[in-house]
Design a protein around this ligand. Structure first.
Ligand code: NAD
Ligand code: TYD
Length: 363
């Protein structure tokens, strides 16, 4: 396999490392795309931290994403559902976390339009249950992984800062906005220490092939049509997941409690231009592009102002977009087996294969 960090980028910033501290971090949704990148980041950067991965393993949760660190002494997996108070209670009693970093969510906009209910349950109720136990257990800081999508569609000449109104336009972004408001309540009413992080669209290793970048790469490599919604002129701002992980780390440790931080790069692309860029890099013809029916309520443009995190916490993105994209394309090209496993659904047996025999041994 690859080296431990699975990255050619050196994204450690010595300014905010405190290697001697022994902190227990409960990461929810750590088997998903951003969560698993964050756990790899934490376990290698802070050997003295203990990282608990609390995940239900939905279709989007894949323990194979963490195979390179699963035997690390500072890593533990706990199978649990954030909407189930019993699971959350057990985890808090067992591990007494210092920090909670909450990624667990239903995260796919198109799925939310078809079936909003599970989005409200997981993204809203699940957040409240975690906040309840965080309060009871006097957690030092609860970090909510929110999204720039809570601001809704942003007109062409604007970047939104953290004070902008929340104007979500689809069930996913509405559920994330609702969770952000619950964080506000936790801070204002109960005095809990919290941060909210609103990042732009992530790309990187281990992204589930339902999101735009892996869909393009996977379909291009398999000579399949690439579905572009509507006219392809919708604009998204892109960040490499490892830059997002560094932002979460600095906010978790240095962010002022009660504050929200946007995380962005200014690197914005029309969807169609991004599709064509990736096809060019892969030397695949644009003939594969297929314009399809638009997403309902499709936000035209996202664009965040991230001066606050830059000025207050000194964070800035370190990975140049095309360099990062090249690296991600190579990663997917070398990990076709990972995508095949997902397409076949085989990865969903991983938990049973790995954990069931161990459990039976202790019964
Ligand atoms: P993902 O869909 O890849 O992973 C979600 C993870 O949450 C999975 O491991 C899944 O098993 C787990 N999960 C779902 N329901 C659960 C439950 N009830 N209990 C416990 N675990 C559960 O998502 P992602 O793209 O890694 O996004 C992670 C977070 O970051 C989400 O909160 C999302 O809103 C936010 N975010 C994502 C992006 C992006 O571009 N992907 C951008 C900004 C913010
Ligand atoms: P997506 O990756 O689903 O992220 P989000 O909707 O949360 O921004 O989609 C990114 C953009 O790409 C969005 O404008 C929808 C568009 N899109 C397509 O055109 N085709 C696709 O197959 C996918 C998955 C997305």
């Amino acid at each position: 396999m690859e080296n431990k960090m699975e990255s050619s980028f050196d994204f450690f910033d010595e300014n905010y490392i405190n290697l001697d501290e022994h902190k227990i971090i409960l990461v929810t949704g750590g088997a998903g795309f951003i969560g698993s990148n964050f756990i790899r980041y934490l376990t290698s950067k802070y050997p003295n931290f203990k990282v608990i991965n609390f995940d239900k393993l939905t279709y989007a949760g894949n323990l194979n994403n963490l195979i390179t660190i699963e035997d690390n002494v500072n890593y533990v997996f706990f199978k649990g559902d954030v909407t189930n108070p019993k699971d959350v209670k057990t985890a808090f009693e067992q591990f007494s976390p210092d920090y909670v970093v909450h990624f667990a969510a239903e995260s796919h906009v198109d799925k939310s339009i078809i079936n909003p209910d599970i989005f409200l349950q997981t993204n809203v109720l699940g957040t409240q249950i975690l906040l309840n136990y965080s309060r009871e257990h006097k957690v030092e800081k609860f970090v909510q992984i929110s999204t720039d999508e809570v601001y809704g569609s942003i007109s062409n000449d604007l970047n939104v800062n953290e004070d902008a109104h929340l104007k979500p336009n689809n069930p996913y972004s509405a559920s994330k906005a609702a969770a952000d408001l619950l964080l506000r309540v936790a801070y204002q009413t109960y005095g809990q220490r919290i941060n909210i992080i609103r990042s732009c669209n992530n790309f990187g290793h281990y992204q589930f092939p339902e999101k735009l970048v892996p869909v393009i790469i996977h379909n291009a490599l398999n000579n399949l049509e690439i579905p572009v919604f509507g006219d392809g002129n919708n604009i998204r701002e892109w960040i490499h997941v490892e830059d997002h992980c560094r932002a979460i780390d600095v906010i978790m440790q240095k962010g002022k409690s009660g504050e929200t931080y946007n995380v962005g790069t200014g690197n914005k692309w029309k969807n169609i231009d991004l599709v064509e860029l990736i096809l060019k890099k892969l030397n695949v013809s644009n003939n594969l592009i297929s314009y399809v029916l638009d997403r309902q309520g499709h936000d035209i443009r996202y664009s965040v102002d991230c001066n606050k995190i830059r000025q207050e916490l000194g964070w800035k993105p370190q990975i140049e977009f095309e360099e990062g994209l090249d690296q991600v394309i190579i990663w997917y090209t070398n990990h076709m087996d990972w995508i095949e496993e997902i397409s076949s659904g085989k990865y969903m047996n991983y938990y049973d294969d790995i954990y069931k025999p161990r459990m039976m041994e202790t019964e």
